[in-house]
Structure formats: C-alpha cells, structure tokens
Ligand binder design. Structure first.
Ligand code: GLA
Length: 383
C-alpha cells in the first residue's frame, strides 16, 4: 500500500467513525536495526534504518479532555480515556502506547488537550520491527502538530520512550523511537545514545538486499528477560566504576575485574557490539557492503552466546541463510522472538528463501514470512 493510499483510507475511516474530517494524517515507520543491539541503554551506538511499513494515524483535536482511540486493527474496541485520569496502569492493551505518549507530554508540561485518533498499521506485531514505537511516534507527531508544541524529533522520541518506560512498563532504550522519528530515506541513522547526536549514513546496497525473515516466533518484551539484561549491564557498569558500559575502554581488564561469568558475557557483547557499529559505518562509507555481512553474523553469535537473547528459529534462519549464499545475518531487536535480517546478493534471494522455509518446515515450525527492507523515510505528516 502506498503512503498516499494509506492516508486517504485512514482519513476516510476516521470520517466514518467520528462523523467529521480529520485535521491531518501522520505516519511513523517501523525499523530494522542494521547493527548495535542492546547497546542503546548502555549509552552506546546504534545503526537503524526505517522501513516502508508503519503506523498511520488520522487525528483531530477535541473540545473536551477526552482521548478517543480507534484502530483499523481493533475497530470493535474504541477506547475513551479522560486525560486528567491518565496514570500508569489506567489503560491496557494497544491503547496504552498512544495514551502513554499523551501522559508523557502532559507530564512534561506541554499543553495537550482532548484528541480523537484513528490508526492503521501494516507492521506485524511482535515481529521485532518496532510496531510499538511506530504507534507511539505517529501519536507524538500528530499531537506535536495539532497542539503546536514545536518539539524536535529527538524530543518526541524521548517522550515516546518515557511513555513506554513509565506508562507501559517496558524499560526500553531510545533505539526504536529515534529510528522511527529521525531516519531518512536511503540512509541508516548512526545515533550516539548518550549525546543524542546522530548522522545520516548513505545506505547504498548495490548488488545486495536486506532480506528480513520474520521467524513467526512472537516476542513479548514486557517481561523479565529484557529488564534482567538491562539490570545486569547496569550492575556490571557499577562494579567497574563507569557510568555505563559504553565507557569500558579496556575490555580484557574489565573482564578480568568481574568475578561473575554472566556479567562478563554481557559486557563482552556490549563492548564488542559498539565496535562493530563503528566498523560497519566505516565499511558503508567505503562502499564495502559485502564485508558488512561478516559483522552482522558476528553480532548474531555474540547475541546468541554472550548476551543470550537469541531463539532457536533465529539461529536456524541465520545458519541456513548463510549456507544458501547470504553474506551475513543476525537477529534484530530485543530478542526471544521476532525477525532476523540477512544480507543477500540480489541473485541469491530465491535460494535463501527456499532454504530457510524448508529448514523451518522440516522442523515442524510455521513457514517464516519475508520482507525486503529498503531504507525508507522516518515519521512525517502525510496529509
Ligand atoms: C528493543 C528495545 C530497544 C533496544 C533493543 C535491543 O527493541 O525497545 O530499546 O534495547 O530491544 O537493541
């Protein structure tokens, strides 16, 4: 579906549902993280790009203090919430993400009043492509425009992150929301998660494509595993006497100083993953796309063996894709389910797909879904 057909569909459905035209339509994309996994909350580096799929929202201000939410994916259950009654735990399900954004913006003192919103999404949920961040960022952008807040993209991304941390209860970093808000077409976003400084890295893949394999193992990150990884990193930084694992300069020394083998593995991943982000940026700047593959695979092995967040379908997808001609591959996102990305020469895509599908079917798993990811624009107003 093109962006303009999405805009008119969602605007028309808004008009039917609310008996008036929306003031505008906004879109926020999902993301692929090329590399830099579990580095964001360690003040490190990430390198995501936005994808064409995302969340569109039609919206209008209201005269009262109500937040009215509908979704084309859940049209039977519109949510009405009084803005003054918003507090963590007061809204559940998908509506908690947009409600959390209103809560975060109002808590920061921004003059946000009643609003009616209607969402449409073509992002699979739980596929590790940041459907939650897209929902939050589309909301933040619509609210920013409708109430004239004038906040820049990074501030909106931070409000979306506060929504997820403080309202939904998922202690995520800033990766997904920044990617959705700040990415540009044909570029990856190199973001320093400590300073908030970012640069756009041209992503010309030439004879390669990024083939996304949705393993169909659905993940849920509002659970203990993500939080426990984050806590382990914070504990390691505390023991090492640094503000964050980003600041570990002497890896061998840090590993020798930590008695707990689990903490050592976590540190090993974070420190080497930051280096891999820098290495990939160097290769992209040099036009050496084929060589990026080995770093993707190294990232996957580190996430599997050191950070211990991979899952069986991801491991099989990566290994099978490599054997069928992919130059590299890795799990993306928080882990425990979702998608894998592979760097594949354009002429090997059919073989890779066929090999991965039959590897899944032969294990009795559902066939994976595939998506070709092209670096798309970040969040924007559509109409
Ligand atoms: C999830 C979180 C992000 C990030 C990744 C892992 O997607 O939302 O903040 O920590 O996991 O890189």
């Amino acid at each position: 579906m093109t962006a303009s057909s999405t805009a008119s569909t969602v605007a028309e459905t808004f008009a039917e549902a609310y008996a008036r035209r929306p003031s505008g339509v906004w879109h926020a994309p999902g993301r692929i993280n090329l590399i830099g996994e579990h580095t964001d909350y360690n003040d490190g580096l990430v390198l995501p790009f936005a994808i064409a799929q995302g969340v569109s929202v039609a919206a209008s201000r209201r005269d009262d203090d109500l937040l009215e939410l509908r979704s084309l994916q859940a049209i039977e259950s519109p949510a009405f919430v009084s803005l003054s009654a918003l507090e963590p735990g007061s809204v559940s399900g998908w509506a908690a993400y947009p409600a959390g954004v209103l809560w975060a913006l109002r808590n920061a003192g921004h003059p946000v009043g009643g609003i009616s919103l209607l969402y449409d999404s073509d992002l699979p949920q739980g596929a590790g492509l940041s459907s939650s961040a897209a929902l939050e960022c589309a909301t933040a952008l619509a609210v920013n425009d409708l109430f004239g807040l004038g906040l820049p993209g990074l501030e909106l991304a931070r409000a979306a992150q506060r929504a997820e941390n403080g309202f939904v209860g998922m202690p995520c970093g800033i990766l997904d929301q920044s990617a959705s808000m700040l990415c540009k077409e044909d570029h990856a976003l190199l973001l320093d998660c400590r300073s908030g400084l970012s640069s756009q890295i041209p992503l010309a893949l030439g004879a390669f494509t990024v083939l996304v394999i949705d393993t169909r193992a659905v993940h849920s990150l509002v659970d203990g595993e993500y939080a426990s990884r984050r806590a382990a990193c914070e504990e390691a930084a505390r023991l090492l006497g640094v503000p964050a694992l980003r600041d570990v300069k002497d890896l061998a020394g840090a590993l020798a100083a930590l008695p707990d083998p689990v903490l050592r593995r976590r540190v090993q991943h974070v420190v080497t993953e930051n280096h891999r982000v820098e290495a990939v940026v160097g290769l992209l700047r040099a036009g050496a796309v084929a060589e990026v593959g080995a770093l993707l695979t190294a990232s996957h092995l580190s996430l599997r063996d050191q950070f211990e967040v991979s899952w069986p379908e991801a491991d099989v997808a990566v290994a099978t894709a490599l054997a069928a001609g992919a130059r590299g591959g890795r799990m993306v996102g928080g882990g425990f389910g979702g998608s894998v990305i592979t760097l594949v020469p354009l002429d090997r895509v059919p073989q890779v797909r066929e090999a991965v599908t039959s590897a899944f079917l032969s294990r009795g798993w559902a066939a994976p879904a595939y998506l070709t990811a092209l670096p798309a624009p970040g969040a924007r107003r559509l109409g």
